[in-house]
Ligand binder design. Structure first.
Ligand SMILES: *Cc1c(COP(=O)(O)O)cnc(C)c1O
Length: 390
């Protein structure tokens, strides 16, 4: 079709720059992943606690599927709020230490839905330089002014807040665990800076929920900042192994979102089985106790092993472990050779990360045994050394 000719040109351009991406069919189970007829150790999964295939999570989900059906059949404000939504919001609020919670269709929808409801034309949103795409899209959608502060830099945030016009609302947004670097935000300092200048603050705990804090409640609770941080956002699709997003906050905040958040209002409620799988996952996390602590122990040992081999894992303090390589081509070559040895690690290149900081990004999960981690670390060290010598 002639009207689509520009699409072919755009795709050809991507291919030429080695930036073209494709979907690929995988079959995942227990830290191993199969595709193209081979098995790999999977270091790209966000199913940190191995709950996506946990028998109790599956049976809880199935119970809701059979009792409440396949779909919510309507948006949440019409007749799409069912008992699993209600119970799940109660459970999330209790876990996070906030009075109330609200579940969205996904973490992406929660971020765009909340930011666009809290800020509008003439308002000011301050986001960390490395904030997730869904946070940036929420700000663009809100039509507020976007200002980006240097990564994890409360002093720069303070400066930007100080330069801000007095008119309009102010909202600060950051993550607690960053998705590409695996480092942690200085939440007490960022929160104090926001509170000092009368700004609202929202923290995305997508990678902290289920892993950090008492009972997997996240880093806001670990630091006791529930009274300072207005919006605690998270997802059901990472450590909880399912799908959906949520926020926890005050009753007034929840009520505002119910009335104003378009990404909550104009979409169908989460399917009962999906809300049910989150309830199952929360029950497993509570009953097992200490899953996050054990995951972080394994990640620390893995990082230690990489450091002994002379590798740089940046400021990673979480289950997300980058291995800095630098050049794009070398990073791709290392990833390719690891793949030939049955180890699947993502090669992350600009523009996702700054120029000259191409890296492998590995996520450690409870499905990796100490032996898997030892083997992977040894292979990574050997491959990077080989590449850097060339
Ligand atoms: C994955 C992620 C999201 C989006 O969550 P989904 O439930 O996958 O839509 C939002 N923020 C951060 C930091 C994430 O890593």
């Amino acid at each position: 079709m002639h009207s689509e000719a520009w699409i072919d040109e755009e795709l050809a351009e991507l291919l030429k720059k080695n930036l073209e991406r494709r979907t690929q069919v995988y079959s995942e189970a227990g830290g191993k992943i199969a595709f193209m007829g081979r098995m790999f150790l999977n270091f790209s999964s966000n199913d940190y606690l191995g709950l996506a295939r946990h028998p109790y999570v599956i049976s809880t989900s199935r119970g809701y599927l059979e009792y409440d059906g396949c779909g919510a059949t309507s948006s949440r404000l019409v007749t799409g709020t069912l008992s699993p939504h209600y119970v799940l919001e109660q459970r999330i609020a209790a876990l996070k230490g906030y009075p109330e919670a609200l579940v969205f269709g996904s973490g992406f929808l929660a971020n765009i839905g909340v930011i666009a409801a809290l800020a509008g034309r003439g308002d000011h949103v301050f986001a960390d330089k490395l904030a997730h795409a869904s946070i940036i899209d929420g700000i663009v959608l809100s039509r507020a002014n976007l200002k980006r502060f240097h990564h994890n830099d409360p002093d720069h945030l303070k400066k930007l807040l100080g330069q801000c016009p007095l008119s309009g609302r102010k909202l600060v947004v950051t993550e607690s665990v960053f998705s590409m670097d695996g480092d942690l935000a200085p939440l007490p300092e960022i929160a104090a800076t926001a509170v000092e200048s009368g700004a609202m603050i929202m923290v995305d705990e997508a990678h902290a929920t289920g892993v950090f804090g008492p009972g997997g409640s996240g880093l806001i609770r670990e630091h006791g900042l529930e009274g300072k941080i207005n919006v605690s956002m998270g997802t059901l699709s990472k450590a909880l192994g399912g799908y959906g997003g949520f926020i926890a906050g005050s009753p007034a905040l929840r009520q505002l979102l119910v009335n104003r958040s378009r990404a909550f209002i104009y979409t169908t409620g989460l399917p009962p089985a999906v809300a049910g799988s989150a309830l199952g996952a929360l029950a497993v996390i509570e009953k097992a106790g200490g899953l996050g602590v054990e995951l972080l122990r394994r990640a620390a040992i893995f990082r230690q092993r990489l450091h002994e081999g002379g590798l740089n894992t940046l400021n990673s303090k979480s289950q997300i472990v980058p291995v800095l390589i630098g050049e794009n081509a070398k990073t791709l070559a290392v990833a390719q050779r690891l793949k030939s040895k049955g180890i699947l690690a993502a090669a992350i290149r600009p523009p996702t990360v700054p120029e000259g900081t191409a890296r492998l990004r590995l996520s450690i999960t409870m499905a990796h045994t100490d032996h898997d981690l030892e083997r992977a670390a040894a292979e990574i060290i050997a491959e990077v050394r080989r590449e850097l010598r060339n």
